[in-house]
Write a protein that binds this ligand. Structure first.
Ligand code: SF4
Ligand code: SF4
Length: 196
């Protein structure tokens, strides 16, 4: 008798949708069946746009953006298990290179840990022409050059641009030493380092 009741109930509900398919099922009139565009999910990084400035690293509220250097590469990663999806990294990125996507299914099987748990990207580093130390991402150096050329007084932009090309070949420490040796103030764009 109980089974018959259950069967009747099942037949009655056969054509009545009671559930939606996970996670993006449609249910007319039920907005929550769609993932909102504004959902703050897994951060994604556009490696081409990133200049390696480290602003996201410095701003990360959960200290989950890390990097280490290997050879001429600086390797960044975000551990999704520690991310609190605050969006600070996106807010501070000067290049719109990091954005919180609406990807929210963040569980993974152990064999997919590396791929699913970490967001990874790499920037190439510049060697100091004097001491050989790697001191900044090449893309960041180039971006600064571009901005100087665009924003500096046009009367001196050519000279400043040439000087920057020379100046940016040296790490901060060597810049100071070389500037001192040739008797110039390193804080002014128009001052020259020894060329060659
Ligand atoms: S969303 Fe917040 S916690 Fe997550 S990586 Fe960005 S700054 Fe860090
Ligand atoms: S450009 Fe953006 S993503 Fe790249 S290091 Fe700077 S803040 Fe982070």
């Amino acid at each position: 008798m109980k089974n018959i009741k259950t069967l009747i109930e099942a037949l009655k509900n056969f054509y009545n949708q009671e559930t939606i398919s996970y996670p993006i099922g449609e249910w007319p009139g039920k907005k929550y069946s769609n993932i909102p565009e504004t959902l703050r999910g897994k951060p994604k990084v556009d490696e081409e746009k990133c200049i390696g400035c480290e602003a996201c690293y410095n701003a990360c509220s959960a200290f989950t953006i890390k990097f280490f250097e290997e050879g001429n590469e600086r390797k960044y990663n975000i551990d999704i298990n520690k991310c609190v999806f605050c969006g600070r990294c996106e807010d501070v990125c000067p290049e719109d290179a990091i954005k919180l996507s609406n990807e929210f299914e963040l569980t993974y099987f152990p064999e997919r840990k590396e791929e699913k748990r970490y967001v990874k990207w790499i920037k190439l580093l510049k060697d100091c022409k004097n001491c050989g130390e790697k001191f900044a991402a090449i893309d960041q150096i180039n971006k600064i050059h571009e901005r100087i050329s665009l924003n500096i007084n046009p009367k001196v932009s050519e000279e400043a641009s040439k000087d920057y090309e020379i100046y940016s070949n040296y790490c901060p420490k060597c810049r100071k030493i070389l500037s001192y040796k040739i008797g110039i103030n390193p804080t002014k764009y128009y001052l020259r380092l020894g060329r060659g």
